[in-house]
Design a protein around this ligand. Structure first.
Ligand SMILES: [Zn+2]
Length: 183
């Protein structure tokens, strides 16, 4: 089912809502504004007095009332990590399927490398095995691109398989990444 992009009042992406969660937000009066072409109407109950069925217009992007958190920390998982790197091994450059890729720690975990966006890249199994417990420099395997932490706009795009045109337009305005998907 199509997900709705939720923004805070400052316009920062804050998550993906299901249609049901979106309807609840409208019902509570939490939706301050919407962006984008309305989705096909959602039918509610029949009004007793008029006999009309109520309809709700839902837009693909909504800004809601609510707490604004200070900093958005994008969760790290392989699916979004591999998408960040265009499903490309950042050592040999081969593009492959998600299942052929592994998460490589640039500075190996055994040597204090952290499990953060800035220290992990997509790597094919062969390169990961070859690099072993070395840094790219020690292994003679320079990185083809710099690992980075996606901003909220990038992360919300990467975390979702299906993004509507209006949502893509909104998110892509703030893409900063130097990757194929960001151009
Ligand atoms: Zn490789």
């Amino acid at each position: 089912m199509q997900a709705i992009l939720r923004l805070d009042l400052a316009g920062q992406p804050r998550g993906w809502l299901t249609l049901q969660e979106t309807i609840s937000a409208y019902a509570r009066g939490d939706v301050i504004y919407g962006i984008g072409d309305p989705l096909p109407p959602v039918y509610g109950g029949i009004q007793r007095l008029t006999g009309h069925r109520s309809t709700l217009v839902v837009q693909p992007i909504i800004a809601t009332e609510g707490k604004i958190y200070d900093a958005f920390v994008p969760p790290l998982c392989n699916r979004t990590l591999f998408k960040r790197d265009d499903h490309r091994c950042l050592y040999c450059g081969n593009q492959t399927s998600r299942h052929q890729l592994t998460r490589d720690h640039v500075l190996p975990a055994s040597r204090g490398g952290t499990n953060k966006w800035e220290n992990v890249v997509a790597a094919c199994k062969r390169c990961n095995w070859q690099k072993d417990n070395k840094t790219p420099e020690e292994a003679g395997m320079p990185l083809l691109a710099v690992p980075f932490r996606p901003n909220p706009f990038e992360w919300h795009f990467l975390a979702k398989d299906r993004v509507l045109a209006d949502q893509m337009e909104y998110l892509s305005k703030r893409f900063k990444a130097d990757r194929d998907w960001a151009h």
